[in-house]
Design a binder for this molecule. Structure first.
Ligand code: UTP
Length: 293
């Protein structure tokens, strides 16, 4: 039977330690890039890919996320009363009305794999997407977003799909790294996956980034996955187990990824999104030129 991907899981229960103290009381997924929080970019990408059920795995200090997607009655009536109708539209249209949000709590931050497992009761027996909002991915002009590109691959092959990109060899110890075998048509089949390997321990520099389409068989693997690298229950280890039973594709997406969980990546995204911003871009470019010359 062919399934469509209706559901996306947003694990947002991490501690965000690399961004302390900014993330002490606020989730890192609420950090804005110009004028939108990271989680909104991620939700818009998922919605554009046809995913109408958004499942957030939240933790401590994450109330700002449900608040962001909730109706804000007081703010709306204030904006209406002051005739600020454009702003009113902006806060009312954060998500279209046919999109539903579900919030589940990960009581302890035991790792990404554990966070995904928390979604099992809602996902049930369907393939689903996972999106890490701190990986912000900007597609080229007139190209669909990363999740939409991955849905097309899923629809063709009906198996799990991991978004991957090449990283400098000395950085492989920061990522899940896949080894692959390529088909004549260029499809890359994962032959092995390992979390944060030492650069000498792998030939590959193909890193998994924060977008996945997974079959529900992953849950049976996650439930028996022991704590791995960093003492966390790693999604990577469950994908390794899945690979013994099912094919998994590594998909090199079309687009630029910004690692907004790191300060440098966050600043790069801020600068590039500001330069591309329709109201702000020209002034910001002029400012930067002045600053640098
Ligand atoms: P990270 O590895 O970026 O960890 O998690 P983190 O805690 O968010 O950030 P640092 O490294 O301390 O700065 C990758 C993704 O997995 C989620 C995070 O919210 C992030 O989207 N995550 C991680 C959970 O939801 N639960 C966890 O237990 C761990």
């Amino acid at each position: 039977m062919k399934y469509k991907i209706h559901k996306v899981v947003f694990p947002v229960a991490g501690l965000g330690t690399r961004f302390l103290p900014a993330t002490k009381a606020n989730p890192k997924e609420m950090l804005p890039i110009v004028d939108k929080p990271l989680i909104q970019y991620a939700a818009e990408e998922a919605e554009a890919a046809g995913m109408m059920n958004l499942v957030f795995i939240t933790g401590r200090n994450k109330r700002a996320i449900p608040d962001h997607f909730d109706k804000a009655y007081e703010l709306e009536s204030e904006l209406r009363a002051n005739g600020k109708l454009k702003l009113l539209e902006l806060v009312r249209e954060i998500l279209p009305p046919n999109v539903s949000c579900i919030y589940l709590r990960q009581v302890e931050a035991l790792g990404l794999g554990h966070a995904v497992l928390c979604a099992r009761s809602v996902i049930e027996d369907e393939p689903f997407a996972v999106s890490l909002a701190d990986d912000l991915i900007r597609p080229p002009l007139n190209t669909p977003g990363c999740l939409e590109q991955m849905v097309k691959i899923y629809e063709r092959f009906q198996c799990s799909v991991l978004a991957v990109e090449r990283v400098p060899k000395h950085e492989v110890n920061r990522y899940g790294i896949v080894e692959t075998r390529s088909d004549q048509d260029g499809t890359q089949w994962v032959t092995s996956i390992v979390e944060k390997p030492h650069p000498d321990a792998t030939q590959s520099n193909l890193a998994v980034v924060g977008r996945y389409i997974l079959t529900p068989a992953i849950f049976d693997k996650l439930i028996v996955t022991k704590r791995g690298t960093g003492g966390e229950i790693q999604l990577t280890d469950a994908i390794f187990a899945l690979l013994q039973d099912e094919p998994v594709i590594a998909y090199q997406f079309d687009g630029k990824r910004y690692d907004c969980g790191s300060k440098l990546g966050y600043l790069q995204a801020t600068v590039e999104y500001a330069l591309a911003h329709k109201d702000l871009g020209n002034d910001f470019a002029a400012y930067l030129k002045n600053l640098i010359l």
